[in-house]
Design a protein around this ligand. Structure first.
Ligand code: PLP
Length: 481
């Protein structure tokens, strides 16, 4: 219901107000003056009491309204709103600086809780201001170098190259490693499409491999049957922050002489055997899109094991232009650079990485506690030797559940909680049909139909988390009747 529908002027007749109350069923009207300023609220109870005292429906609303009402600023967050909703105050008008009513909130109409929002309250503004004050806003500048150094230090001294997003990071990694036409690259069937797109950009052929039902990651027992004499590389994707079994992948790649490009877009801060993901192969890539664990708005990073390959990557990132001879091009390169402005945000975000990962892990604990009460949910598990950043908390609504994933998602959406379904399996979409075969890709298809993600922002408050969990519990109570 739009707030405009619930507003009535103080000079309106009580009879009209009563009719409106009856029609809307919200139990309250917001009363405004001629300047649209909120001057009172009116409930069914206010009118009933007035009539019992011999009041008359021909009176004006202003004779009856409650002027001692509770309101909040329209900027209030859900935590404040939830803390003020109680048995007496069920609907709260939200007003702007001038006291005009702009919106209202109730337990069923909260501000939207988004799936993953950035938190930019550290040194981001300070560092970006520094870029502007010093005139270093393009892709030269100290923050690009600092950002790369932070990444390199964190990832066992792999060479780091900052790039414009996680998709070009993958393309640059593949290209610098020499992957191209005639090569085959193994990639999981369940991932964001950027993983497979980057392989296609190089002219190589992606080969779709099914995933494990518990981790959602590439199925080790399935990999070897896809290896041919054209297979050049494997691209494990650590989906939703869950680590692949890197020992097994490294063993297979050694046995078949394959390159490994880890897609860590969703897994910064995750670990395998206490080592950060991204240090198990020849290259690894990260994304800093706005919904990622740390963000630069748009942005990405490539890690290379071999410094010679990294140097080639650096040349390719800068138009393929020689580092020694300006305007001399040894390769067809790209402009995949990150700006100093973006890197400044990245440095400030990276400073809080541990804090962000801890917050996501704590959030996952709360969700696990609620969902594990019900046998029809499959909650995420950290497999042996893995440590998840829980980038997006993702679980399955099993087939035996007395409701569908869509029903749960709709219920939460109506209560202001944003959710996301798991990705489509790649092989069912037109550009990728060629690269996979239905019979071999059953698990990814199942997960795609059953999986969903819950809000996973690091800024989510305890009150909001409890609210989401209680919505899930109420939904199940209602279903069970
Ligand atoms: C697994 C995976 N790979 C690659 C990417 C691409 O990153 P970007 O959006 O920064 O291009 C994403 C991003 O969303 C992703 O989830």
């Amino acid at each position: 219901m739009d707030v405009k529908d619930v507003i009535i002027n103080q000079d309106a007749k009580l009879r009209d107000a009563l009719q409106l109350l009856d029609k809307l069923g919200l139990g309250i009207l917001f009363i405004v003056d001629d300047f649209e300023k909120l001057v009172g609220v009116l409930t069914d109870g206010d009118i009933r009491r007035f009539l019992l005292l011999n009041g008359n429906l021909d009176n004006n609303v202003k004779d009856v309204m409650n002027t001692n009402f509770f309101s909040l600023s329209v900027d209030s967050d859900n935590e404040t709103i939830l803390n003020n909703i109680n048995n007496k105050i069920k609907v709260i008008p939200l007003v702007d600086d001038l006291g005009k009513i702009v919106d209202y909130a109730s337990i069923n109409k909260l501000r939207r809780i988004s799936i993953s929002a950035p938190l930019l309250e550290g040194n981001e503004l300070l560092y970006v201001t520094d870029c502007i004050k010093t005139n270093w806003i393009s892709s030269q500048g100290k923050y690009v170098r600092s950002f790369e150094k932070l990444f390199s230090d964190y990832h066992e001294n792999y060479s780091a190259l900052a790039v414009s997003n996680g998709t070009v990071a993958l393309h640059l990694a593949l290209d610098a490693l020499g992957i191209g036409e005639g090569d085959e690259v193994l990639v999981p069937n369940l991932t964001f499409a950027a993983s497979i797109n980057a392989i296609i950009y190089t002219g190589a052929t992606p080969v779709l491999v099914d995933v494990e039902r518990d981790s959602f990651n590439i199925d080790m027992d399935n990999i070897e049957k896809h290896i041919t004499n054209k297979t050049k590389a494997i691209m494990p994707v650590h989906l939703y922050g869950q680590s692949c079994d890197m020992d097994k992948i490294v063993a297979i790649s050694k046995k078949h002489n394959l390159l490994i490009i880890e897609d860590c877009a969703e897994a910064l801060g995750s670990k395998y055997k206490n080592r950060p993901l991204g240090v198990f192969g020849d290259a690894a890539t990260f994304s800093f899109f706005g919904n990622k664990t740390i963000t630069t708005g748009e942005g990405g990073m490539v890690l290379f094991k071999d410094s010679v390959v990294a140097n080639k990557g650096a040349v390719l990132r800068d138009h393929g232009m020689s580092k020694e001879r300006r305007y001399w091009h040894d390769f067809v390169g790209y402009n995949y650079r990150l700006t100093n402005l973006q890197a400044a945000i990245g440095v400030a975000q990276f400073e809080r990485l541990n804090e962000f990962v801890n917050a996501k892990r704590k959030l996952a604990e709360s969700y696990n506690e609620t969902l594990s009460k019900y046998s029809f949910f499959q909650i995420p598990v950290e497999k042996q030797d893995t440590y998840s950043s829980y980038w997006l908390y993702t679980f399955l609504v099993k087939e035996e559940a007395p409701f569908t994933r869509e029903e749960l998602m709709n219920y939460l959406s109506k209560r202001g909680v944003e959710t996301r379904p798991v990705f489509y399996p790649l092989h069912i979409m037109p550009p990728y049909k060629l690269f996979g075969n239905d019979e071999n890709l059953k698990v990814s298809s199942d997960i795609s139909v059953l999986g969903m993600s819950l809000p996973s922002s690091v800024s989510l408050s305890v009150v909001e988390t409890n609210y989401i969990c209680s919505c899930i519990s109420s939904f199940i109570d209602e279903i069970k009747g």
